[in-house]
Design a protein around this ligand. Structure first.
Ligand code: HEC
Ligand code: HEC
Length: 305
């Protein structure tokens, strides 16, 4: 903050407080000397009459108290421009102190967990629960508090994976993020008519209701163009996160309209990297938690969340 703004703010705050004190001082007595206390003043508006009463005492004291509080606060804490306050408190300082306390408390435990493999930790309820709390704080906004996702955000509990459900793969996903990129294909495959046919073929892959004749017409396009990413059978490729189109589990939606939209305009999905934000040790617990969600034997840990 420059000196100019510092002084500007100090003046502004001081004038404000002084102004309030002056109003308080000026209104402490009866407003009108010539009229007896409790008597009516000579004006009326819309049936509302004003009596010549001083402000209630308790109210004056609350007002005076809050002015004193403000002055005390501004001496102790930062608030007057660049003046740091006699306590030297800063929000960054408080944050760092809290972080240091958390580190002292959880650091050794996190280290211990980081050294253990995820399958070995599955039965450690405390480790899974710590992962669950991290998930609620850092992942639930996108994947939902129950991790079941939503349109465009994958369900992490269903055992169907874009990139693979091995512990190491999940950890990789959380650490470094993922970019799911399906290019717009509408024009590339020859326009709306072909989109309709290929969409019917996609529906047929997962056994959804479809027009068999149109699907048959869409098959060659799928096999020559879409198969490059989704595989000849449409089972997807975990290296690039191209969705498995045969499992009837949908990231964006399995209705014919949504599938056509996906083909026409493509899809871009970004899973952000978390290595800088959380560090490897916490991500290890997150991967444990995510892994636990689709393990049948740990259904317990899901219920106790
Ligand atoms: C800003 C939203 C967002 C946040 C926050 C987020 N994710 Fe994701 N995540 C996504 C999206 C979108 C995808 C799908 C990426 C794709 O389709 O390529 C994804 C994919 C994943 C996958 C891969 C799923 C699969 O099928 O292979 C895992 C695992 C995952 N996220 C875990 C997490 C965890 C754990 C956290 C918290 C640390 C987290 N995500 C935070 C949006 C988010
Ligand atoms: C360059 C690789 C690539 C090509 C070519 C490609 N796709 Fe995709 N497709 C992807 C990826 C990657 C995703 C996942 C997008 C995401 O993460 O949001 C995807 C997603 C989809 C989805 C959404 C699935 C869901 O679960 O909601 C459909 C449907 C689909 N593709 C159909 C097709 C069809 C049909 C074609 C051919 C016309 C095609 N794709 C061509 C890479 C490709």
């Amino acid at each position: 903050m420059s000196d100019f703004w510092s002084i500007y703010i100090i003046l502004f705050v001081v004038i404000n407080i002084a102004g309030n004190a002056w109003i308080l001082f000026a209104l402490r007595k009866n407003p009108e000397e010539s009229v007896e206390e409790g008597e009516e003043l000579a004006h009326e508006f819309d049936g509302i009459r004003e009596l010549n009463n001083p402000l209630p005492r308790w109210w004056l004291w609350v007002f005076a108290g809050s002015i004193l509080y403000a002055i005390g606060y501004l001496i102790l804490y930062p608030g007057l421009g660049k003046y740091p306050g006699v306590l030297g408190w800063t929000s960054i300082g408080q944050f760092e102190e809290e972080m240091a306390q958390a580190e002292a408390r959880y650091g050794p435990l996190l280290k211990e967990y980081a050294a253990a493999s995820i399958p070995d930790l599955l039965d450690d309820k405390r480790a899974v629960a710590m992962g669950g709390r991290l998930f609620a704080n850092h992942c639930a906004a996108c994947h939902g508090s129950d991790a079941r996702g939503g349109k465009g955000y994958p369900n992490l509990t269903d055992g169907a994976w874009l990139y693979g459900g091995e512990p190491a793969t999940i950890e990789q996903t959380i650490l470094y993020g993922r970019n799911g990129m399906m290019p717009p294909m509408g024009a590339a495959i020859g326009g709306e008519e072909v989109v309709t046919k290929v969409a019917e073929y996609v529906l047929s892959l997962s056994g959804r209701e479809h027009d068999a004749e149109l699907a048959k017409l869409g098959e060659p396009t799928f096999k020559t163009i879409c198969a490059a990413c989704h595989g000849p059978e449409g089972k997807g490729n975990p290296m690039i996160g191209s969705a498995n189109l045969t499992d009837n589990t949908w990231l964006h939606g399995g209705s014919v309209e949504t599938i056509r939209e996906t083909i026409r305009h493509g899809r871009m999905s970004k899973m952000p990297a978390h290595i800088d934000l959380l560090g490897k040790e916490k991500v290890h617990l997150l991967a444990l938690y995510v892994y636990s969600l689709s393990q049948p034997e740990s259904s317990e840990s899901m219920e106790s969340r």
